[in-house]
Design a binder for this molecule. Structure first.
Ligand code: C5P
Length: 220
């Protein structure tokens, strides 16, 4: 099986870009952020503090997260309910970032991710795929863009969906999540030594997809 690990900060367009590239390669795309988001959503729905390690750890035995593919698209099921849309709501982003800092949560999701890569050719997108989940991935990419550009893209995506959001708030949240993700003690976001850096700040979506596909194909 071939594994391609794609890591990088929030809103770098990883999911859209990686999804498009995996389709071109005929690989299965795995969005691991959706798993952390599902746990964040569960904790929020229980009215518990997502930053409280003990509270979150105590809820894990009640949680069953599964990835399934419907017409080629990844859907995430939380205790048998399809939460693929719910997990995209802005409050869930910060909840996901908070729960992802707890070692129990990372351990809980580790096997699920590894099992997928064992059984399929995957393009797996996350924060610690090349460093922790699949340290022996065949190709590792670190995909990034400036925080302003990432905020602009997220703002556009949310307003197009009809969400009422402020640009400055989105930008602040992105910077806060970058800080959280790269400063947590366990599996922090960082470029693996053997990862290829791909910066898409100056690229359109189409150009980013082409750039990533070219980098990957040149190494296969
Ligand atoms: O990629 P996405 O923004 O959906 O991820 C939501 C949150 O989940 C991130 O801010 C990050 O804290 C966490 N995450 C993680 N490890 C991964 C994927 C996501 O810690 N492999």
């Amino acid at each position: 099986m071939i594994s391609i690990a794609i890591d990088g900060p929030s809103g770098a367009g990883k999911s859209t870009i990686a999804k498009a590239v995996s389709k071109k390669l005929g690989f299965i795309y795995v969005d691991t952020g959706a798993l952390y988001r599902s746990i964040g959503l569960y904790v929020l729905n229980k009215g518990k503090d997502t930053a409280n390690q003990m509270d979150v750890a105590a809820l894990l035995p009640e949680i069953n997260v599964q990835i399934r593919y419907v017409d080629g698209a990844q859907h995430v099921y939380l205790n048998e309910k399809d939460v693929s849309d719910d997990i995209r709501r802005p409050p869930v982003s910060m909840a996901a970032s908070n729960v992802s800092a707890h070692p129990e949560v990372r351990e809980f999701l580790l096997n699920l991710q590894r099992q997928f890569a064992k059984e399929n050719n995957v393009v797996m997108d996350g924060r610690d795929i090349g460093t922790v989940v699949l340290p022996n991935a065949d190709i590792k990419i670190f995909l990034t863009a400036s925080s302003e550009e990432r905020a602009r893209r997220r703002y556009k995506e949310l307003t197009e969906k009809g969400e009422k959001v402020e640009f400055e708030q989105i930008h602040e949240e992105i910077k806060q999540r970058d800080y959280n993700d790269s400063h947590r003690a366990i599996a922090p976001l960082k470029q693996a030594d053997d990862a290829i850096l791909v910066d898409t700040t100056e690229c359109t979506l189409e150009e980013s997809i082409d750039k990533l596909e070219t980098v990957i194909r040149s190494r296969m």
